[in-house]
Design a binder for this molecule. Structure first.
Ligand SMILES: [Zn+2]
Length: 283
């Protein structure tokens, strides 16, 4: 068997970082969901490319709150399809591996994700420890908005696409007008940020409690297109001296002492986990 020395050296350092850390932050982009069968945003066959081809216009004009007044049928069809897809999808084993490490190394943790797909919650991560930077398609708000209310969707997934075709859209219970997902869209000035603010408050509390102790960051599947996640990773590296493990098939470059792994999420996590399990059994 050919041993990849560089890989092994990286795994050894990841094991050391995990062993000496007191907390873990997972910063995740669309790439983490690819192994569960979800599409990436950018890159080949990405969601945005598909949306643009379908709509015949830029993603900035489609994934945009004005779609709900200009073409509500298209807007709701787009998001309802996502909701159905995400609801059917089961998070891959990598999510479980990350949770096992949190337990094994007795770490406090927090998840920052640009995904709107509820996969971390579904995988069993405590929802009080998740910050969804772009909101969630599982929560709705009024499109006007007439109040600050955000509510968990109660959409019937098996009939919603037919309802939308017939012009029956999920509505705001307060004013009866069309609702929209509590997703932070492009050029969005009607997004209600109450839920984001609460999540951000809990993340700041986490930083207060853990900021002075060694921290490890797993940045998984977040390309340079989604600066919201990369910025957070960078901030944790600079301000909190966190050690960063960047897992990304196309863009894993990062400076020492951080570690870049140019592989998919699931494959990388399984390999690292095998190394860790082996090390633990030798102890
Ligand atoms: Zn309303």
């Amino acid at each position: 068997m050919q041993v990849d020395e560089k890989k092994l050296a990286n795994f050894r350092r990841i094991f050391d970082y995990l062993s000496t850390s007191k907390s873990m932050v997972i910063t995740a982009g669309a790439g983490i969901g690819v192994n569960s069968g979800l599409a990436d945003y950018r890159g080949n066959g990405g969601q945005w490319g598909t949306v643009e081809a379908e709509a015949g216009k830029s993603v900035f004009d489609v994934v945009n709150p004005k779609i709900f007044s200009e073409n509500p049928q298209y807007g709701w069809k787009l998001f309802a399809s996502r909701l159905i897809e995400y609801s059917k999808t089961n998070p891959h084993l990598g999510f479980q591996i990350l949770q096992n490490w949190i337990q094994l190394f007795n770490l406090d943790f927090f998840v920052l994700t640009s995904n709107i797909d509820n996969q971390f919650q579904k995988a069993g991560f405590n929802e009080d420890k998740i910050r969804e930077l772009h909101g969630s398609v599982f929560y709705l708000q009024c499109s006007t908005p007439c109040t600050n209310s955000i509510w968990k969707h109660d959409i019937q997934l098996d009939t919603i696409l037919l309802d939308i075709e017939q012009g029956n859209y999920p509505i705001c219970p307060k004013c009866g007008k069309i609702s929209r997902p509590n997703v932070y869209m492009f050029r969005d000035n009607t997004y209600l940020s109450e839920m984001s603010n609460e999540q951000e408050f809990r993340f700041q509390e986490f930083l207060k409690n853990n900021g002075d102790s060694p921290m490890i960051v797993f940045e998984i599947g977040s390309g340079p297109h989604v600066q919201s996640i990369r910025k957070k990773t960078r901030m944790l590296g600079i301000e909190y001296k966190a050690k960063i493990v960047r897992i990304n098939t196309q863009d894993s470059k990062i400076r020492e002492p951080h570690i870049g792994i140019a592989q998919g999420a699931l494959e990388s996590l399984i390999e690292i986990n095998e190394y860790i399990m082996q090390e633990m059994s030798l102890k």
